[in-house]
Write a protein that binds this ligand. Structure first.
Ligand SMILES: NC(=O)c1ccc[n+]([C@@H]2O[C@H](COP(=O)([O-])OP(=O)(O)OC[C@H]3O[C@@H](n4cnc5c(N)ncnc54)[C@H](OP(=O)(O)O)[C@@H]3O)[C@@H](O)[C@H]2O)c1
Length: 211
């Protein structure tokens, strides 16, 4: 797949790198330092390039949005016509400015707000694995769960495939309004990693009875 990455920091950088290693083509975008994007693309190799958010949105048949919440609605406004009809995957957690809480929730979510601003795109949320957890599981024994939700079956199918390609376990969490629960759960995981000292490589698993 051709994947446009809008927001190429810890989350977008790692996901894009892993997808490129799986044979997808990625375009990294959105930084205050364009040289950093170029260095990232060069380090990833032949399947990666860098560009503006508009170029990434144009390039991708699927687009990942991985920017801080405070910037999310601004950047999607810039690319709205270019993502019409495309799957747009968001992993945005709506932290407030000082990260003391979530700016939206629990009767709405960042994913739903993004969908409201981009009614012509096919929105799905993908959340539940920290970027560093994806690094170690690729060579390891366990794989963390990554949850996805959305209204559009095609976007959800793309999300599930791309989660598989991260070697994480895709878990269908339901419709887009489930993002109201998913975003706080992802915030909990980040709190455990940083605030409680469990470290950035932790992940979640869905444990269920086996037959
Ligand atoms: N990190 C995690 O564990 C994790 C897990 C799940 C979800 N998330 C969510 O994923 C999203 C991205 O998180 P992240 O940890 O990847 O963040 P990050 O490392 O800070 O990356 C943010 C991206 O936005 C760019 N950016 C920031 N401010 C900008 C500005 N004013 N103008 C242009 N570009 C700007 C950064 O580029 P430069 O810094 O190069 O300017 C970078 O490409 C957030 O919504 C976060 O809540 C993160």
């Amino acid at each position: 797949m051709d994947i446009g990455i809008i927001g190429s920091g810890r989350m977008g950088g790692v996901l894009g790198t892993l997808w490129a290693r799986q044979g997808h083509r990625v375009c990294f975008s959105y930084s205050r330092d364009l040289a950093r994007l170029e260095r990232l693309a060069v380090a990833v190799g032949g399947n990666a390039r860098s560009g503006t958010p508009q170029e990434a949105a144009q390039f991708g048949e699927v687009v990942l949005l991985a920017v801080p919440w405070a910037l999310a609605l601004g950047v999607i406004t810039q690319v709205a016509p270019l993502v019409a009809g495309k799957a747009l995957l968001t992993c945005v957690i709506p932290w407030n400015e000082d990260r003391s809480g979530l700016a939206v929730g629990t009767d709405r979510s960042a994913a739903e707000e993004i969908s409201r601003h981009l009614p012509s795109a096919r929105i799905a949320e993908v959340l539940g694995a920290l970027p560093d957890s994806l690094g170690w599981i690729n060579g390891g024994r366990q794989r963390p769960a990554m949850f996805y939700c959305g209204y559009d079956p095609q976007a959800k199918a793309v999300a599930a495939q791309l989660i598989e390609d991260l070697n994480a376990e895709p878990i269908d969490a339901g419709c887009l309004h489930v993002a109201r629960y998913l975003e706080p759960a992802a915030a909990l995981l980040q709190h455990l990693a940083v605030g409680q000292g469990y470290g950035p490589e932790i992940g979640l698993q869905l444990v269920r009875p086996v037959d």
